[in-house]
Design a protein around this ligand. Sequence first.
Ligand code: FMN
Length: 184
Amino acid sequence: MGQINVAVIVGSLRKDSFNRKLANAMIKLAPPELSFKLINIGDLPLYNQDDDKSQAPEVKRLKSEIAAADALMFVTPEYNRSMPGVLKNAIDHASRPYGESVWNGKPAGIIGISVGAIGTALAQQHLRNVLAYLDVPTMGQPEVFLQMKDGLFDADGGIGSDSKKFLQGWMDKYVAFLKKNITK
Ligand SMILES: Cc1cc2nc3c(=O)[nH]c(=O)nc-3n(C[C@H](O)[C@H](O)[C@H](O)COP(=O)(O)O)c2cc1C
């Protein structure tokens, strides 16, 4: 199959975001045949349907980065039992104008970390609904609902020893899922 290009979309703009840390730590668990690009969603305007005919340069950039990717990895916090608005904003931008969505058919993995005990479960479930409509196949199992705790990340920004086996298992399944679902 050759190199697999994965667009990584982190649903937090916070400087010290645990989810961005998680994204970078997961990338370290991936085999060399996967290349990752972290997509900036913090510079996007608020979505306004009036702008569909003349999308902002930042939106065009987002769309070309997603279009160039073979696959997607969403790493998101949960805000008020759903996905953060900044993530939905980015998804909406890249889905428009009608008929020109760039999400179609790109397989996705979803993970997330929160300070709360349900570890982003509801945010991920809402995200799955949206991605189903956008024709993005999502890996169902294993699910990763992480609660932030000391030792989750090691001193080098990797996954700490307690969670490494579990998260390596997710990455291995994700790679197999991509190989089955990428159509290029
Ligand atoms: C507006 C807002 C709503 C939140 N709602 C939830 C929630 O519904 N469930 C949860 O587990 N944590 C919630 N949190 C706490 C987040 O888990 C925590 O802020 C986390 O650090 C966010 O991820 P980040 O570190 O990647 O920015 C919320 C935080 C904010 C700012």
